[in-house]
Design a protein around this ligand. Sequence first.
Ligand SMILES: *Cc1c(COP(=O)(O)O)cnc(C)c1O
Length: 471
Amino acid sequence: MDKMYVAEPYKIKVVEPIRMTTRAQRQAALERAGHNTFLLDSRDVYIDLLTDSGTTAMSDRQWAGLMLGDEAYAGSRNFFHLLETVQEYYGFRYMVPTHQGRGAEHLLSRIAIKPGDYVPGNMYFTTTRAHQELAGATFRDVIIDEAHDPQADLPFKGNVDLRKFQALIEEVGAEKIPYICLAVTVNLAGGQPVSLQNIRDVSELAHRHGIRVMFDATRCVENAYLIKEREPGHAGRSVREILKEMMSYGDGCTMSGKKDCMVNIGGFLAMNDPELYQAATQLVVLYEGMPSYGGLAGRDMEAMALGIQESVDDDYIHHRIMQVRYLGDRLAAADVPIVRPVGGHAVFLDARQFLDHLPQDAFPAQMLAAQIYLQSGVRSMERGIVSAGRDREGQNHHPNLELVRLTVPRRVYTYAHMDVVADSITDLYEDRRRIPGLTMVYEPKVLRFFTARFEPLPVTQDGARQNALPA
Ligand SMILES: *Cc1c(COP(=O)(O)O)cnc(C)c1O
C-alpha cells in the first residue's frame, strides 16, 4: 500500500505551546475582531493557517546564522553573503535588500513605471497591484481563463495567455508597458504554477518588444518543484537547477523572503540592468535604508541567505508540497469544494460553492473564514471580494474566485494538525446551510481586507437563505 504521507525530513528541537480555547471564548474573540481573522489575537488561535508569510520555522543553522550578524551601517558581510547567494541560486547580478516583499514592489514600481503605463500580470496580488496603481499604472490580468475557474484541473493553471499579452501590446503599445510581472506561483489562483515553456514563451514575446520580465519570485521554489513533477522532461533534474533556469528568462525579481526564503522578515529586489540598479539604490536610501541593508539587520540577511540555500533541498520541498496536498486530499475526500489542483502553499476552499445560498455581496468567504475559526480555533484568510477591493472608480471588484485560504507555514505543523483542520471543516460543511452572510461596517481606503470589520446579517425564521442580499 502507498504511504499516506511523506514523513518529515527534520526533527523537532524547540517547541512552542499553543492554546486550546472554548467555543464561547472564540465567539467573543470573533466579535472583538469584527469577524475579520486578520484582527484576531494570535493567543486566541489554535492552528494558524492565516498565512505562510514570515511564519516559517527557521533551522538550527539559520538561528546560528543570526549570531553571525555584522551590524555595520555599511558594507555588512552578511549583505555580501546574501548577494552571492542570490547570484548563485537565482542568477541575477544586482540585489537590493528590502524589509519585505512590498518594499521591493514599491521600489520597482517607482523606478520602472510612468503614469499612464500598463503592467500586465498573471492575476493580481494585493500589494503588488496597489504599488503599481500608486505609481500611476493600470494593471491588466493576462492569466489564462481557466485560472479563474476553481474546478479547471490543469497542471499549469498559472500560465500567461500569450494572446492576451499580445493583445495588450497591440492595444496600448509596447512603450507603455515597462515590464510584465510574472508571478511564480500564482497566489490568488490557488498557488498555481507556471510552466517552464510558458516562462520561455512570455520571455520571448516580451523581449521581442523591449518589455522586461520581472518575476514575483515569492514562491518560485514551489513553482520549480511543480515543474519537476508535472512538465515532461524535468523529472530527473534538481529543483535548484530548474529554479535557476526559470529565473534565467527574466530581467529581475521582487522577492518576499518571508515565503520561499524561509525567514520571518526580509525581501529583496534583484535585476540584471545596471541602470535599474542605480535607480533602485537611489530610492532605497529614502524608504528602506542603505543599499547594503535595505531595512534589514545584518543577522536577518544572514538568515535569508541560509534560507535560500535550504529552500531548494529536494527532500524539504517534496515534504512541503506533499503536506499541503495531504490536507487538500482529505478535504476533497469529504466532498468539501476546493480549488483544483491543490497548489504549492495552501488549500483554497471554494466559498461560493461551500456557501452557495449566499450572494457574493454578503461576503461568503469572509464568513466562512470566521466560521472555521469559531468551529475549531483554526485561522484562515479570505481571498475574494473583500481582498479584491474597489477599482479606481470606487466600484467593488467582483472576482470570480471567492476563496478561503488555508495556508500551511513551512516546517511548523505536523500531519496530526492537518487532520484537525480537515475534520473540523468537514463538520462545518455538513452544517453549512445555517451560516448567514455578513455586512461590512468599517472599510479602510486601501488594502481593506487587513482591517475591515463585519457583522453577521440577522438570522430570520426562514433561515440563512433569507439573509441573502439582492445579488
Ligand atoms: C506576500 C506576497 C507579496 C508581498 O510580500 P510581503 O513580504 O508580504 O510584503 C508579494 N507577492 C506575493 C505573491 C506574495 O505572496
